[in-house]
Write a protein that binds this ligand. Sequence first.
Ligand code: CP
Ligand code: NVA
Length: 312
Amino acid sequence: MAVNFKGRSLLTLLDLTREDVRYLLDVSHQLKAERVGFQVRRRFRGKTLAMLFEKRSTRTRCAFETAFGEEGGHPVFLSASDIQLGAKESIEDTARVLGRMFDAIMFRGFEQETVEILDEYSGVPVYNGLTDTFHPTQVLADLMTMEEVFGSLEGLNFVFVGDGRNNMANSLMVGCALMGVNCTVLAPESLYPESDLVEAVEELTEESGSSLRITSDIEAVVGADVLYTDVWVSMGEEEKSGERVKLLTPYRVDERMMEMTGKPDSIFMHCLPAVKGNEVTFEVIEGPSSVVWDEAENRKHTIKGLMAASLL
Ligand code: CP
Ligand code: NVA
């Protein structure tokens, strides 16, 4: 069945089907090829995008802003200190006002509920550019990068190592399950993902014929095609820094762990920003298995693909 993504939001990958993700990835590959070939279009001419940030960002902000702007659109950056967002005006009212002025809204911040309210009240597509719970646009870039390296996704063995209940682990589990990638979350037990999400992902794995494994045993990296990690302390959790370092030091991705995969062609991935020496050694992130810069570039192509699919 042909996918029609027009007018749709992206709040969490749980709202998407495998066909939706396939479609968004196909559009993204096509747009990347055009960009590499220096073809200039004006797809978003006359359109406006509100970009709301409660948290910092390099990649996500730049990806949205340049992807929209270079296609003739007008992105407007609004930090939490610039606008009334739940401070003096409710999120519902802010959403209604923005929806009257903008063609789409992207949001980065704390609560997943905020993107849901923006979506419910604005009447325009809303894109989740990271919350405490999910980071769906990052996973589109990750899947695109894996497809570029391996040719296809189905049957790949993917291991997320580290804070197994953060926004990246949550979103990667869903993305892998949708696309038939076998996913392992390798984390200390106190950082296992929430059981409700695990149950939802298990249902998806049944449909796609892939597997989900949650374990604290480092041996789980054997056979991995991809080792993925993220910061040990996510934005907003800074006070947990000391305990996380203690808990997660055995889970640092180093050359020994890469070798343990037993696959010389296995790759290292990270959404960035990275704390080199914590979750990954300098040798691995700067080494030949690392694809982190392609992954970062693909944020732009996939975000452009998402906006093209939903706005044009
Ligand atoms: N990966 C990612 O979302 O990076 P930023 O925090 O720099 O946007
Ligand atoms: N888990 C990290 C992801 C950054 C892109 C954070 O939320 O800070």
